[in-house]
Design a protein around this ligand. Structure first.
Ligand SMILES: Nc1nc2c(ncn2[C@@H]2O[C@H](COP(=O)(O)OP(=O)(O)OP(=O)(O)O)[C@@H](O)[C@H]2O)c(=O)[nH]1
Length: 217
């Protein structure tokens, strides 16, 4: 399975490029952080990016292949479609704007794919209280391709509606487990993410100090 970092957006609501965001306690930007997470649980990583505008360079990381969208303007749906078309193997898609996504959550998804019913083409998370489908944290099988072509023909833009419900395998998570799915779209969410990352860093620092004081005693 190949990990796909979805990173072709324009971050218009945020007003600054999401892929370059850095949060307290992590020296990496969101592009590198997301690629590292995927590298730890897949057989290889690619970056799904938009085709560069004139004078712009293709978004890239050293040693990682970038797959520009085959067709512009289709949003995340276009990125997943282009990656599937190019790779023709199962892909674990991860949006690059999830600062608290973690390995246990991705492992949970991978394990669910291993146990899915044979007909399932998409393994995804569903929020228990709202029913929301996390199409940007999902595994897509190559047999999804005809559904993307059909979606294109119907001018559909919502990625969570591409694969029919009966062909999805869903892992339900509760509000109490929602932190890894916190995503940054607006400046207020970036501020909130910074505060949470800073609090987590202080917590780690005080735990480490406490542990070393205990060691001295
Ligand atoms: N490859 C690709 N990825 C996209 C595209 N549009 C959005 N994404 C990615 O999909 C994820 C969710 O993006 P959105 O929040 O819907 O869009 P965004 O462009 O980041 O932000 P807005 O411009 O404010 O809508 C992010 O990781 C984006 O980088 C696209 O056209 N192509």
């Amino acid at each position: 399975m190949i990990g796909v970092v979805l990173a072709g957006g324009r971050s218009t609501r945020l007003g600054q490029d999401k892929v370059r965001l850095r949060l307290p306690g992590d020296g990496r930007d969101m592009l590198a952080r997301t690629a590292d997470l995927l590298a730890a649980c897949t057989d290889g990583v690619v970056i799904s990016c938009r085709a560069p505008d004139a004078g712009e360079e293709t978004l890239a990381l050293p040693g990682i292949r970038s797959i520009p969208d085959a067709e512009p303007g289709l949003g995340p749906l276009g990125g997943v479609w282009s990656a599937l078309r190019e790779l023709r193997q199962p892909i674990l898609v991860l949006s690059c704007d999830l600062p608290f996504m973690d390995m246990p959550t991705l492992r949970r998804l991978i394990d669910a794919r291993g146990a899915r019913p044979p007909e399932a083409l998409m393994t995804t998370f569903q929020q228990a209280e709202t029913g929301f489908i996390e199409a940007l944290v999902s595994i897509y099988e190559p047999a999804c391709l005809p559904f993307f072509e059909e979606a294109r023909a119907r001018n559909l833009r919502q990625l969570n509606l591409v694969i029919p419900e009966k062909l999805q395998s869903r892992v339900v998570y509760t509000r109490a487990e929602a932190l890894p799915f916190f995503n940054i779209n607006f400046p207020g969410e970036l501020e909130q993410a910074r505060r949470m990352a800073e609090a987590a860093r202080e917590q780690r620092h005080s735990t480490a100090c406490h542990a070393s004081e205990e060691g001295i005693r």
